[in-house]
Design a protein around this ligand. Structure first.
Ligand code: BGC
Length: 290
């Protein structure tokens, strides 16, 4: 991984002073934190080295319980944490930060939407729900976690300005990161293009369902990104989610944009890495306020 003059000191965690005023007080993050990614089919977690932005444990995965009610998901997150606790590098409970992602709007740890999860999550205080589990928990949107990971350690590493990550999977998620600082819950998969909600056309699931050829999909995606650029001009788009493994098939058709278009570096671990970083920073900020 390259070190960056802009938002990363050589070989270290993101430079707090380079991340804008919101993070200016954040230094000396713990070496490790846990990230847990709650998805529609699997709940995945790992211990993340926050300097390298990489997993130092095995990736633990359990099937998402069905129905994925808050209590059932909490119990599965607990199983993930229990499995990781035996790892020699797992931080002690009092120093442990745990980030948990949801495919939903999350404000102050409260889940406020449920496009791709059980509707019983709406208005659930996930922070409260998970408070009995080990560590200090912080919850965030799944695409936001992925965007944070990419901006700090991945395809956006070293880039200043505003980055927009778009995740193309079961749904379409988005993350906006400005100079390393996340602007959460942008939810740009729900923007309309030609009177249709983008997610219903550009998700990996929609492409498969429509058996759309890659060239057509790529050209459509270019129009969608151009539309998003008019709403929020950015200097870089990062394309992630399951479909990014097929970038060679559609990216040649994503042209004519006034921003660089990159493929995500992290594949399935982006959410875990970003969640761990988010939780460590939140714990740090809370510690500074106490
Ligand atoms: C949800 C977003 C989520 C995205 C990707 C969308 O349906 O509204 O919150 O980030 O799917 O999972």
């Amino acid at each position: 991984m390259t070190s960056a003059a802009v938002n990363r000191p050589a070989g270290g965690a993101p430079a707090a002073e380079a991340l804008g005023p919101a993070s200016a007080a954040l230094r000396d993050l713990p070496r490790c934190a846990i990230g847990v990614d709650v998805g529609g089919t699997g709940i995945k977690g790992g211990i993340v080295d926050l300097e390298a932005g990489d997993l130092i444990s095995k990736r633990v995965r359990f099937d998402t319980p069905q129905p994925a009610t808050p209590e059932a998901v909490r119990d599965t997150v607990d199983r993930v944490l229990q499995k990781l606790a035996s790892h020699p590098e797992c931080p002690a409970e009092e120093q442990l930060a745990v980030g948990v992602t949801f495919p939903a709007i999350v404000i102050d740890n409260v889940v406020l939407s449920a496009a791709n999860i059980d509707p019983s999550w709406i208005d659930c205080d996930a922070g409260q729900l998970l408070s009995a589990l080990p560590g200090r928990t912080a919850c965030l949107n799944d695409a936001d976690a992925a965007g944070l990971a990419e901006a700090r350690y991945g395809a956006g590493d070293g880039k200043s300005g505003t980055i927009m990550m778009i995740t193309l999977g079961t749904g379409v998620g988005s993350a906006l990161v400005h100079d390393g600082v996340l602007v959460p819950n942008s939810e740009l998969g729900h923007v309309e293009l030609d009177g249709v909600v983008a997610e219903t056309v550009f998700s990996a699931r929609a492409r498969e369902r429509n058996q759309q050829p890659w060239d057509e999909y790529g050209k459509g995606l270019a129009r969608y990104l151009a539309h998003l650029w008019r709403i929020q001009p950015v200097s870089q788009f990062i394309i992630g989610g399951g479909i990014s493994t097929r970038a060679d098939d559609f990216l040649p058709y994503v042209t004519g944009l006034r921003a660089e278009v990159s493929v995500a570096k992290f594949q399935k671990n982006a959410g875990i890495v970003g969640a761990a970083l988010f939780a460590a920073e939140q714990a740090q900020a809370a510690g500074l306020r106490e």
